[in-house]
Every structure is written in structure tokens, then in C-alpha cells.
Design a protein around this ligand. Structure first.
Ligand code: 4AD
Length: 457
């Protein structure tokens, strides 16, 4: 259907005075004696175009399209009070799809909780219009960031036989149900589709490392799955994961890449999405734009885990989870460090080896690993990464300490036999980045179809 994007009509001055055809959904409509006004949105812009219907030649025209109706409209683009408008007569309006009175988005101002009950329609609200565009711009900015720096984009498998994080959070992939007829778990898995246990990948890192050992600098951008029973505002069962992996990179290099990448994509969103960012600043977090400008114009903080524990212990705060060296940092701790101590994004490095994954490079102190998490105010952790253990014997020892089945990781171990090099990378949770950039506080509201524990449709 030949038509012009509403964004074009609103921004391209050359269209003024010309006849244009636009399509979209009615956001509001208002009727008066000689003229009717329809606000039309097609998703290409946060702003609507105003259709001004001249009824003078058709005074009986009463069927002003209801909110939600889809239309095709042809008329002259004219300069309006603040933006271009389209002047039409009733004959220039074609109704593509009627929208009855029970349309749930009839009125404005629904809560985010209410909108979650209608993922198929909530894209038509201003909030989701803005979220989905910022998401899209962020994704493209990430791809551009890596492409411009000679990274190769690789696709790693979603179905996997090995557990990257080893935290028991894998969804199982199976075509047969377990039955008592199997004498053992092994027999059951052997009878299953792949002939062994398979699951949905929690991370593309292990395969990403394999690609990086050939292509030098790679990144993945795809879904990861976590069967964590975490019903929180920042956990999804299916989230989008960006994982760069870089050969010849040590922990300081990994930190530098993460900071540079975050600054680059935030700059891009601020420059590309001024309307959307102004909307979030007005409706979700006052001062959001100033906060992001501030963030990208200063160095991020950096603190070791051991120093962070001291800061938390000396804070005088009452935390729900007690703080001791060796404990995992909870969201309340992460937010205290980022929001109260540093008041900005901060890298926490060198965590105790017991609370981190087997693949992380062991530090000379024998107690910590070269890990790094990036914590940001308002959200907590958005990035987790490390330098990888590239010494074959040390890696085997760490895996044995965790009772891991080495057979499942033979390809991964081979990398340490054939031309092993120092390397590292990180994982960025895409939805957490979107939360941080938009000020939206629940992860269910930055992805159109969230999958969380106990909830799918
Ligand atoms: O810290 P994580 O578990 O690290 C890894 O998966 C590494 N293999 C990454 C790497 O080094 N290549 O996860 C990385 C990031 C977290 O910082 C968080 O932003 C996001 O993934 N994440 C989640 N986001 C939404 N819902 C969940 N359940 C998430 N779990 C992790």
C-alpha cells in the first residue's frame, strides 16, 4: 500500500504543500461543527500527525473514526501550529479496520501493570512506542560499535549440551517425557532427541571463546535463557544478551571496552531519539537526560570486591542480606555502591573464586578471580565478565573442584591445548541496559513479550 511514514510528514519540510497518503491508528479524535480533528500514529514517530477534516461540504458527516480505528488518509500536508498537519475532507478517509467500543486502550493513563495484561496491544501506547524505538536504536548502535572496530558478529547455538555458568539454571530441551521405565538418567537422556542431556543456553560465551580463538574479536547478540526462580523487576527467563569475546585481552582491556561501548550507545540514543528521551525524562525519571550526559562525560568508577565489602560493612546501612567477605553481592549492595558511594556507574573487580564461574582467570592470591561486574544506579548489575583462565591445568583443576563432567567440555578444553592465548569478554543484559537508559523500572516493560517465572502468553 503506497504511503508516506508519518515521521517523514512531520520532519520533511519538502512535503509541505504536497499531497500525501498516510496510514495509521487513531490515537484521539474530536468533532466540532465544521471541522474534526484526528490524531494518527503509525509507529514511525512518537508524535502523531493531526488530520484536519473539513466538514463544510458534508455537514452530516458524523462517523468520526473511534480511537484504535486504522485508517488510510490522503490529503495536503500543511504547516500546522507546531508541526505539519494534513488537510482532508471526509471523502479522503478510508477506514481499514473498525475499532469497537471495548478497545482496552480507549483512554490514556493506564498503569504499566494493566498494560502487561495486553502485550499484543501495548505497543500502541506512547510508552511502548518510545521503549521499542530506543531498544531498536540501542541494538543497532551496539552492532555499529562492534562492526566499526573490526569485531565479527557470530551466532552461537541456543540449544546446548554444556552449561556455561554452571549455576543449575538451564531449561531442559526434550522431546520425550521422563518415565519410570528408564533404569537411569543416562538411559533416559540417551533415548532423547540428541542422545544426551540438552538445554537452552544461558550464555553464548563458551562457543564465543571458540570463535574468538580464530577471529580475534567477536561478539554475539541473541537470547539467553535462565530458569532462575527470581520474581524480581530485573530478571527474565528469556533475555537478550550481547557477549563480546576478545583474544589477547586482559581484565583492564575488558573494562575499557565495556566502558567505551556503554558510552557510545548512550551517546547514540541521546542524539537519535530526542523525543523519546524527553518523554522518559518527563514521565519516568526526572533528570534522566542530564544523568546520562553526566555519565558519558566522566570515567566510570572502579573498586575491587574486597574494597566494596569494606565500604558496605562500614556504611552503617541495615541490609537485608548480611555482608561478609565471600558473600555474593545482592541488588541492595550493588545499588548502595553505585548510588550512594560512587553516584555513577562503577566496575567491581576480583571477586572470590567460590562465587564465580569455573572459566574465570585465577588471580595470584589464590582466593580471587579476574572477574568484573558493571553496576549502575537504579538497576544494579548490567554487565558481568572476566578474563578467562587460559592455562589448561589450572582450568582442569577449577572444573574438578566444581565436580564438572570434563567430557562435556572437551572442545572448550582443546582451546587451551592448541595455541592458547590470554583473552576475555563480558555479557551485557540488553533489557537491563534499556531499563537504565529509559528509567523504566521493571524489566517486563522494556521487552514486548516478557517471559518470567509463572508467566507466559
Ligand atoms: O553475569 P552473567 O551470568 O554472565 C554470563 O553469562 C557470562 N557468560 C558473560 C560473559 O562473560 N560472556 O550474565 C551477564 C549479564 C548480567 O550482567 C545481566 O545484565 C544479564 O546478563 N542477565 C540477565 N538479564 C535479565 N534477566 C536475567 N535472568 C539475567 N541474567 C543475567
Amino acid at each position: 500500500m503506497k504511503h508516506t511514514d508519518i515521521k517523514e510528514v512531520l520532519t520533511n519540510k519538502e512535503l509541505i504543500g504536497q499531497e500525501v497518503t498516510v496510514c495509521g491508528w487513531v490515537r484521539t479524535s474530536r468533532n466540532s461543527k465544521n471541522v474534526a480533528f484526528i490524531e494518527l500514529n503509525d509507529g514511525t514517530s512518537l508524535k502523531n500527525v493531526q488530520i484536519v477534516v473539513d466538514k463544510s461540504g458534508d455537514p452530516d458527516y458524523k462517523d468520526i473514526p473511534r480511537v484504535g480505528t486504522s485508517l488510510r488518509v490522503t490529503g495536503k500536508a500543511v504547516e500546522g501550529r507546531s508541526a505539519a498537519e494534513i488537510g482532508v475532507t471526509p471523502a479522503d478517509i478510508t477506514v481499514l479496520g473498525e475499532c469497537p467500543q471495548d478497545y482496552p486502550l480507549q483512554k490514556k493513563g493506564h498503569t504499566l501493570e494493566f498494560l502487561r495484561t495486553m502485550p499484543h496491544l501495548r505497543g500502541r501506547t506512547n510508552t511502548f512506542n518510545a521503549v521499542l524505538r530506543v531498544r531498536s536504536v540501542l541494538a543497532q548502535a551496539l552492532h555499529n560499535y562492534f562492526r566499526e572496530r573490526n569485531y565479527v558478529y557470530v551466532n552461537t547455538p541456543l540449544i546446548t549440551g554444556s552449561d556455561c555458568e554452571g549455576a543449575g539454571e538451564m531449561f531442559q530441551v526434550t522431546t520425550i517425557g521422563y518415565s519410570q521405565d528408564y533404569k537411569s538418567e543416562e538411559e533416559y537422556y540417551a533415548a532423547d532427541f540428541f542422545g544426551k542431556r540438552a538445554g537452552l543456553s544461558v550464555s553464548g560465551q563458551l562457543e564465543g571463546e571458540m570463535a574468538a580463538m580464530a577471529m580475534g574479536k567477536i561478539y554475539t547478540f541473541g537470547p539467553s535463557f535462565r530458569a532462575e526462580n527470581s520474581n524480581t523487576p530485573k530478571h527474565l527467563a528469556e533475555f537478550w544478551h550481547i557477549e563480546p569475546e576478545v583474544a589477547f585481552a586482559e581484565l583492564p582491556d575488558v573494562i575499557e571496552i565495556a566502558e567505551d561501548m556503554i558510552k557510545h550507545v548512550i551517546r547514540t540514543v541521546l542524539d537519535t531519539c530526542p523525543d523519546e528521551m524527553a518523554f522518559f525524562d518527563a514521565h519516568f525519571e526526572k533528570g534522566l537526560i542530564a544523568r546520562l550526559e553526566e555519565l558519558i562525560s566522566h570515567d566510570f568508577g572502579i573498586v575491587s570486591y574486597t574494597e566494596a565489602i569494606e565500604l558496605l560493612k562500614n556504611s552503617g546501612e541495615k541490609f537485608v542480606y548480611p555482608v561478609e567477605w565471600g558473600c555474593d553481592l545482592q541488588t541492595e549492595h550493588e545499588r548502595y555502591i553505585a548510588e550512594k558511594v560512587f553516584k555513577k556507574a562503577v566496575f567491581v573487580t576480583d571477586y572470590p573464586k567460590e562465587i564465580k564461574s569455573f572459566y574465570m582467570k585465577q588471580n595470584p592470591d589464590g582466593k580471587t578471580v579476574a572477574a568484573v561486574d558493571l553496576l549502575v544506579p537504579g538497576v544494579g548489575e548490567i554487565i558481568g565478565g572476566s578474563e578467562r583462565e587460559y592455562d589448561y591445568d589450572k582450568l582442569i583443576t577449577a572444573m574438578k573442584e566444581r565436580n564438572m563432567n570434563l567430557d562435556l567440555y572437551s572442545d572448550y578444553l582443546d582451546l587451551r591445548k592448541y595455541g592458547s592465548v590470554p583473552h576475555g569478554g563480558f555479557g551485557l543484559g540488553f533489557e537491563r541496559l534499556v531499563m537504565y537508559v529509559t528509567g523504566v523500572q521493571n524489566i517486563r516493560d522494556v521487552i514486548l513479550f516478557p517471559r518470567t517465572v509463572g508467566s507466559i502468553r
